[in-house]
Design a protein around this ligand. Structure first.
Ligand code: FUL
Length: 478
């Protein structure tokens, strides 16, 4: 998010102002989160058994997580100025993709195995990729399709044609609009923009809120009205998930390096990060790690770019992440109970670069090959409860078999509970440690030097509730 990265051409004094949000109204909004209401169950903490409530994901949050991978598309005037953050003075006349083809974006997403795409409908420069009624600073004033074009429409249609979910990013920070900094006026405009996006384009699956809150003209400070924004989205697109530092449905993972926290809980204390862009004690930790005692289900989305920048820059054509690097990202995001949102920015022509597309395809082929054959699929398993918060799963492969990846999964529809585990292997009677870890959640992936094992044991050493049987997949040498 903007406050945590240094954009190459960002004003150095950019610091988010802290909109003072009414905590009560925020909590009201949180309560309207899509998360399934809390499920009551008995937890044992510190040897004491108490009845408390534990959150579980809503069906939409479950689907979102099971999608595993979405692609992010940063596209706009910055694509033409070679900048990362525009200053809002860009002329719409520079936006002129010669062969924009949103179907190519959606097909690339499919070839990467992504189930959703998210487009920057407006970035911090304020240029709108749809012909909005709220400002003239949009595609309507560009030469592209003689001012008759609508990138958002082409994007959403292409996604739906390719059976990919469509999501939108609408930057709250707007360096073009004169009303920015005049809080009430700009909040009306921002909500009008959101309303256009959420009423004119069919189903939108995710709305992405950045917390950037730079200064307005003459140093004026904009105070966003997040409760209003969140309730507007809920009203106009009840099934859309909202992403931001503060959710309410999906949270930022706390960095842009592609690495989810370890541990990584999908539950969170909503009183620590109360609005997008919030700073303060505990915020980074809360984003990175979640909280085992959290009262809301708010899983982590891991946003990272395939290139050094978020926007496409020709100079970075030779610095596109390799397939190995993308696979590492998969392990450090999906493999740590997160969802990967991988940015692949269209070029000036409006296409995704062939190198980026080739890497996406290679990435998916590598994952498919890696996880093609679960060595444990037909193996005998035994689940043993060893204590109030511990259990073991033993898998007998029959013959010594080289294993190099273990995939652990909790049934997160019932919540998340494992706190500490270890994986052991043996060919005879002596168990060797293959990996150790903390949380599991949707998926935990561990890689180690391939070693032949006949039996595998996963020991759940601690959990915040009586552990439920986990799923284990075993995979051979890459
Ligand atoms: C940040 C923005 O400032 C970057 O430009 C980018 O959009 C990233 C995903 O979020 O906050």
């Amino acid at each position: 998010m903007a406050r945590k990265i240094a954009a190459p051409n960002a004003p150095s004094k950019l610091q988010p102002a802290c909109p003072s949000m009414n905590r009560r109204s925020f909590l009201q909004i949180s309560a309207t989160s899509l998360a399934t209401p809390l499920a009551a169950c008995a937890l044992r903490r510190g040897g004491q058994s108490t009845f408390i409530t534990r959150p579980r994901p809503s069906p939409a949050q479950l689907d979102w997580q099971r999608d595993e991978l979405a692609l992010f598309l940063h596209f706009g005037v910055n694509t033409y100025t070679d900048r990362e953050w525009g200053d809002g003075h860009e002329s719409p006349s520079i936006f002129d993709p010669s062969r924009l083809d949103a179907r190519q974006w959606a097909r690339a997403a499919r070839s990467a195995g992504a189930r959703a795409l998210i487009l920057t409908a407006k970035h911090h420069d304020g240029f709108c990729l749809w012909p909005t009624r709220t400002t003239e600073h949009s595609v309507a004033k560009s030469p592209w399709r003689s001012g008759q074009g609508d990138v958002v429409r082409e994007f959403v249609n292409a996604c739906h044609a390719e059976d990919i979910k469509a999501g939108l990013y609408l930057s709250p920070w707007d360096r073009n609009n004169p009303s920015y900094g005049d809080s009430a006026r700009y909040n009306d405009l921002y909500c009008d923009q959101l309303s256009e996006l959420l009423t004119q384009y069919g189903t939108i699956s995710e709305v992405w809120f950045d917390g950037a809150n730079g200064e307005g003209p003459n140093g004026r400070r904009q105070i966003y009205d997040w409760p209003r924004v969140f309730s507007l989205v809920r009203r106009l697109q009840p099934s859309a998930l909202m992403f931001s530092d503060a959710g309410p449905d999906v949270r930022w993972c706390g960095n842009e390096n592609g690495v989810a926290g370890d541990p990584n809980w999908s539950t969170m204390d909503p009183t620590i990060v109360t609005y997008p862009g919030a700073d303060g004690p505990g915020v980074s930790d809360a984003l990175l790690h979640g909280d085992p005692d959290g009262t809301v289900w708010r899983p982590a989305e891991v946003d990272v770019s395939i290139r050094p920048g978020w926007f496409n820059h020709e100079a970075e054509d030779s610095r596109v992440r390799s397939v190995d690097s993308l696979v590492n990202l998969y392990f450090s995001s999906v493999g740590r109970n997160g969802k990967l949102l991988l940015n692949v920015p269209p070029t000036k022509s409006g296409w995704l670069h062939t190198v980026d597309v080739a890497r996406l395809t290679g990435f998916r082929e590598r994952l498919n090959a890696m996880f093609a054959h679960d060595l444990a699929a037909t193996a005998r398993r035994a689940w043993r409860v060893t204590g109030p918060r511990s259990a073991e799963l033993e898998i007998d492969l029959g013959t010594p078999t080289p294993v190099s990846i273990v995939r652990l999964k909790e049934e997160i529809a019932r919540g998340q509970s494992v706190t500490k585990y270890a994986v052991y292997g043996t060919t005879d009677d002596a168990w060797r440690v293959l990996s150790r870890g903390t949380t599991i959640g949707y998926t935990k992936l561990d890689r180690f030097t391939p070693s032949p094992v006949r039996r595998i044991k996963v020991a759940i050493d601690d959990a915040i509730a009586a552990p439920e049987p986990i799923t284990v997949g075993l995979y051979g040498a890459e």
